[in-house]
Design a protein around this ligand. Structure first.
Ligand code: HEC
Ligand code: HEC
Length: 204
């Protein structure tokens, strides 16, 4: 199991390195202007989507390469989400790189992190995630892995269910999420959502 996961990291890493070098360099000032259409949802602390109800993810200080990857997945329909598909569809590679550079540059800001799940149980289970996301979810190894620390708990739950159900197509994460029970998912989300030095709402 361990060797298999490691293999995936090595193989995945090699592909991603190629993708990453092909990406346009982002300009954070241009990205800030382009982010105007996004602030109505991603710039408001505690904003939730209407149905199903969960918090819109925090993007501030998220890893730039991951933001670009996520936007391309919504654009291509590999992540099934009509609103984000519509938002990503008209973005060019340069737009995505600029937006990613801007959101990655957001400084830490105060926000409350109310936690519902079992943080202690989640901390133990998070060993399985540490190789890529870091034990505390700060994703220290590569900018292609998302930070989970400080992310909304209910959004993390929703994302894990989406990988499990195939609503998000990602070979690594569907492999990781499929064996998780509902309780594992809520425990893991509680642990990562409660950690510091992660992501924040996008505000200057
Ligand atoms: C109407 C509200 C709304 C608007 C406007 C919006 N988003 Fe989103 N965004 C969401 C929701 C809800 C999700 C979570 C979707 C899911 O469950 O996969 C999301 C997810 C994302 C993600 C994935 C985050 C992660 O951690 O994987 C990125 C990146 C993103 N949005 C960027 C943008 C950008 C850039 C724009 C503007 C061009 C934008 N969004 C506009 C609601 C919105
Ligand atoms: C081998 C590396 C690897 C391991 C191990 C791993 N992940 Fe991931 N994780 C990723 C990658 C890569 C992505 C981005 C996938 C995508 O593009 O949708 C991701 C995405 C996620 C997301 C979505 C974040 C967001 O902002 O939408 C969550 C939640 C997540 N992982 C949780 C976990 C949990 C919990 C574990 C342990 C049970 C885990 N991951 C183990 C590589 C990994």
């Amino acid at each position: 199991m361990y060797t298999k996961t490691l293999m995936k990291i090595v193989i995945g890493g090699a592909c991603w390195a190629l993708v990453a070098t092909a990406q346009a360099a982002g300009n954070p000032e241009n990205g800030k202007l382009k982010f105007n259409t996004c602030t109505g949802c991603h710039g408001i602390p505690g904003y939730t989507s209407a149905y199903p109800t969960y918090h819109v993810p925090r993007l501030g200080a998220q890893n730039a390469d991951y933001i670009v990857a996520a936007l391309n997945e919504y654009k291509a329909g590999d992540r099934k989400h009509p609103t984000m598909h519509a938002n990503a569809f008209s973005l060019s590679d340069q737009d995505m790189a600029d937006i990613a550079a801007y959101v990655a540059s957001i400084k830490p800001n105060e926000e409350s992190h109310p936690i519902k799940g079992d943080v202690a149980a989640g901390q133990q289970k998070a060993e399985a995630c540490a190789a890529c996301h870091g034990k505390e979810g700060n994703a220290p190894t590569t900018s292609l892995f998302p930070k989970l620390a400080g992310q909304h708990e209910d959004y993390l739950v929703k994302a894990l269910h989406d990988y499990k159900a195939g609503n998000r197509k990602n070979a690594i994460m569907s492999g990781m999420a499929t064996p998780l029970s509902d309780k594992d998912i809520t425990d893991l989300a509680a642990h990562f959502a409660s950690q510091p030095n992660g992501v924040y709402v996008v505000k200057d």
